[in-house]
Design a protein around this ligand. Sequence first.
Ligand code: NI
Length: 210
Amino acid sequence: MPDKSTTSEPPTSKSSGAKSPAVTPNAAESSSAPEKSGPARKIYQIMKYGDPILEKPSKSITKFDAELAELAEDMFATMYSAQGIGLAAPQIGKSIRIAVVDVTGGKNPEAKIVLVNPEIIHGEGEKREEEGCLSIPGFRGYVVRPQFVTVKAQDVKGQEFEIRGEDLLARAFCHEIDHLNGILFLTHLSMLKRDMIRRKIRKLKKQGEW
Ligand code: NI
């Protein structure tokens, strides 16, 4: 999901759930590097609507190694550089079940959430808000999502946890888990709105601007 700064809904600390399993650089890395910022991160290119990888379900992750932890950090870096609040692996061309979320957009390191093999196990209430997607830049639309969700997931080490999200965080969880299932927010729009966006994207493609 891209930044929601254009909407009236501010991210609140209340919505950040009970547990946020932030990934911290490992001890060896931080002791050998004097800077707090850690190693340079890979910034991935973000796949745009039309790439088939965005519309196919991703595979479960079974290997919880250092490479996965690195990938998660690179995904945060990629997401921040695109000013997003959520990013799923298919969006960087990897059809695997990992997504990162930070509704503070990098302002609070404790708000960093990595979801590996996530599943929504409970949803409650309804909220209709405008939504966008880094893979569909320039387009937004109103989507109804649960106001509260509980997600079961694993961290980069394979440890299972549950996290509850409210409002924007719940929306980000739903949006990113949809990505892992090959579903884009366009699917949730009215047919009229969806067709309008698709038409505009087709036109942009013809002009070589997509
Ligand atoms: Ni998205």
